[in-house]
Design a protein around this ligand. Structure first.
Ligand code: GCU
Length: 404
């Protein structure tokens, strides 16, 4: 049985490499100097840093600061009877300041009262309007089904991306760019864009979450849809404290491979949203093959943590096929860790989730959106990997523990 499994892995590896060659994808396990990466140590200390730097320099840009010394948490409200007594709501203000002024993130957290503490959970980076994340729960939205998340035994936390940076091209004057960018000097072509600013915000929220004793800081997922999904991937690459990184319908410069991409391509995204990425990214307009990285390598930066890519059948702009191929081509890095990746080389059927490996995937039937179906699949995946046994994989699926 074990031999058969190893044989299948070898065949799958060959197929993956062949497909990678066809697309001329950069090999995550080959350094720029042409050295093959064969050990975890070479990956962690060398190649991972190299890939991360390439993404900073060419795509998302470089944040000028990590955790500011001025960071301060102000717990404004603790309501132990939220959601009819099912949850405790905490409303926290996360304050910071820099040479250009002050900023604040408003965080809402629901912690299930009945769950054993500390409780694992999900942080949503909300890029829709405020009504979707109403902490009073007068307004409810499938985009953030907080009651459902709590019912399934998880923490539901969220903040608005606009707290960090409004989604407009204003020459990087407002938001955290205005607060932290070097004053009076010309902007570098590697300076952070708006996606990196939102990702930085999720890390500041993590700075708070890891201080809260009710929350399981080693089992926290970051979730985002579309531009929010591009943000979660960049956040998870930069901040290894997130144990699970979920990108929903993230498409161009999110989960989808740039090479051979259908729907939105680099030139289009840089034209419609000139503030999302660093200036250098514009060099790759209509030149996706010149990129020194591709998006499967962004996924590979999550290894050995969990990563999840969700697509929708009608979301051609995002390109579900290239979102899936990214998962396939990130897999060799997971295998270096002795872990399983997405465990498929062919596009799966709609609503047949792939959950047994460390790279999760599903394709929902329907349009570009974040729905309760998606959230339920994210929680199924977390159940399998975090709460072993509670909702274990079917007996005919393979275990998720590292292979010796
Ligand atoms: C636009 C954009 C996408 C993005 C989406 C969204 O469609 O072209 O790249 O993912 O907006 O954030 O909703």
């Amino acid at each position: 049985m074990k031999k058969l499994f190893l044989f299948c892995l070898a065949v799958a590896a060959t197929m993956t490499l062949r497909a990678a060659d066809d697309l001329s994808l950069p090999d995550p396990l080959l350094t720029r100097a042409g050295e093959k990466v064969t050990t975890i140590d070479q990956w962690q200390k060398g190649r991972r840093q190299e890939i991360l730097e390439l993404f900073r320099e060419n795509i998302y840009g470089r944040a000028p600061i990590g955790r500011p010394d001025t960071l301060r948490f102000d717990v404004k409200e603790v309501d132990t009877h939220a959601m009819n007594g099912k949850a405790t709501l905490k409303r926290v203000e996360i304050h910071f300041s820099g040479p250009g002024g002050k900023g604040m993130i408003s965080l809402s957290v629901f912690i299930p009262n009945k769950a054993k503490k500390p409780v694992p959970g999900f942080l949503l980076i909300c890029n829709q309007d405020r009504d979707n994340i109403d902490p009073t729960r007068i307004k409810k939205s499938p985009y953030w089904p907080a009651e459902r998340i709590v019912e399934r035994g998880y923490v539901a936390a969220t903040f608005l991306n606009a707290d960090l940076d409004p989604d407009q091209h204003d020459g990087f004057k407002n938001g955290v760019h205005g607060i932290f960018d070097p004053q009076n000097s010309k902007r570098s072509p590697e300076a952070w864009g708006t996606i990196a600013a939102w990702a930085w915000g999720a890390s500041r929220v993590m700075d708070y979450l890891e201080t809260d004793k009710d929350i399981d800081k080693i089992r926290l997922g970051v979730v985002g849809h579309s531009r929010g999904g591009k943000t979660t991937l960049w956040c998870g690459a930069e901040d290894e404290r997130f144990a699970l990184v979920i990108s929903n319908n993230s498409g161009s410069t999110g989960a989808a491979l740039a090479r051979n991409k259908k729907g939105e391509q680099i030139k289009r995204i840089n034209t419609s949203f000139p503030h999302w990425f660093c200036e250098n990214y514009k060099k790759f307009n209509e030149k996706e093959n010149d990129l020194p990285v591709d998006q499967h390598e962004l996924l590979s930066l999550m290894a050995p943590r969990l990563v999840y890519v969700a697509s929708a059948t009608q979301d051609e702009w995002a390109d579900p096929k290239n979102e899936f191929l990214s998962c396939v081509h990130a897999e060799p890095v997971y295998r270096l860790f002795g872990l399983r990746g997405v465990e498929a080389t062919q596009m799966p059927n709609p609503e047949q989730p792939l959950h047994t490996g460390h790279i999760g995937h599903h394709i929902r039937i329907g349009k570009h959106d974040l729905t309760e179906y998606d959230w339920d699949r994210f929680m199924d995946f977390a159940d399998i990997h975090w709460k072993q046994g509670q909702q274990s994989p079917k007996s005919d699926t393979l275990p998720t523990t590292p292979q010796k």
